[in-house]
Design a binder for this molecule. Structure first.
Ligand SMILES: [Zn+2]
Length: 336
């Protein structure tokens, strides 16, 4: 084990003491796309003791351009990202406790998903969930590292609860920024998330070993232009989250159906469902259309529609952005 980490412990910022602290740490990585795969692979190789990887999606060919942990075999095996990441990384470092969690992140489960973590890392592709992470972070005093990348640029910021400004100090609400760019409309080149993910990993190491010189700015990069900028962010006096009002966490109505970024698909959630048997569902749907399934997901094709259903009752309806159509298909075939 000493050999494995020797190049890292030689670095004075880590040292033997820092390595011990990394080994005793637990991180939760929320979202395992381009950023998440970079962060997960770096932290597992670095010897962080426990790594929880949460993601709701399965892998598609257009992910392989930048999501470094995945390969064509994973797509053929129809593996969810969290499971593929867990399997690959266990082969990289068997001494790390790696837990892949296939789940949507919402107000009903975020606190459970980050429980026990010393640090939360953002690998998300949507704004709404970041506000949830921010609330959970401040409520439970768990630092988190914001990261986002699109086109040729990206940004990152450390949020240390009750110390640095929080994410709502930076941006008041999910819609107020007017930023409507998604991977779907703007595209993304891999160096942008690779660099942001690497900056997030570096800050994670610093926070976990207790380094004093952690970054307190918002960093924005543009890899195409070769630009790297720091911005000072201030506490916002009227920030609800900093005052202890966790409006996203305390939402009493979760989103039932949401269009997914860049996928021409709608996700349908059923918060009332805990666990469904895919085997039983396959028997039920078999006479109605084409069904195939494994232990992680069931794929159902009927009347030019395709749905993927997960054991937690969540479904993704493909080839549509129509949320009411998706809800209707869910109600018809899965039941609400
Ligand atoms: Zn704040």
């Amino acid at each position: 084990m000493i050999d494995r980490y020797s190049r890292q412990t030689l670095f004075p910022g880590i040292g033997q003491e820092g390595q011990r602290k990394l080994g005793n740490s637990c991180v939760a990585i929320i979202g395992c796309g381009a950023l998440g795969t970079i962060i997960a692979t770096s932290l597992v190789r670095a010897g962080v003791g426990k790594v929880r990887i949460v993601d709701r999606d399965f892998i598609e060919y257009h992910n392989l351009q930048r999501q470094v942990l995945f390969n064509e075999e994973d797509i053929k095996a129809e593996l969810p990202k969290a499971i593929a990441a867990e399997r690959h990384l266990k082969k990289v470092n068997s001494s790390v406790e790696i837990e892949g969690v296939v789940s949507d992140v919402n107000y009903t489960n975020i606190e459970k998903l980050v429980a026990g973590a010393d640090l939360i890392l953002d690998g998300l592709d949507n704004m709404e969930t970041r506000f949830l992470i921010n609330d959970a972070s401040l409520k439970h005093g768990i630092p988190w590292i914001y990261g986002g990348a699109i086109s040729s640029y990206g940004m990152t910021m450390n949020i240390i609860p009750h110390e640095t400004p929080c994410f709502r100090c930076l941006q008041a609400s999910p819609i107020s920024s007017g930023i409507a760019l998604t991977c779907d409309t703007a595209g993304v080149i891999s160096p942008a998330p690779f660099i942001i993910g690497s900056l997030q990993t570096t800050e994670a190491m610093k926070i976990l070993v207790g380094a004093e010189e952690i970054n307190r700015d918002l960093i924005i990069i543009d890899v195409w232009r070769g630009e790297f900028n720091h911005f000072k962010i201030s506490h916002r006096a009227d920030c609800p989250a900093c005052r202890g009002e966790y409006q996203f966490l305390e939402a009493r109505s979760g989103t039932r159906a949401t269009s997914l970024c860049g996928q021409n698909a709608v996700q349908v959630l059923n918060p009332e469902t805990n666990e469904i048997s895919l085997e039983r569902l396959a028997a039920h749907l078999g006479p109605l259309g084409e069904v195939n399934y494994n232990e992680f997901m069931l794929r159902f094709r009927v009347n030019n529609h395709e749905m993927v259903i997960f054991p937690d009752g969540r479904a993704i309806v493909k080839d549509t952005n129509d949320e009411s159509l998706a809800r209707g298909l869910y109600a018809k075939y899965i039941g609400m």
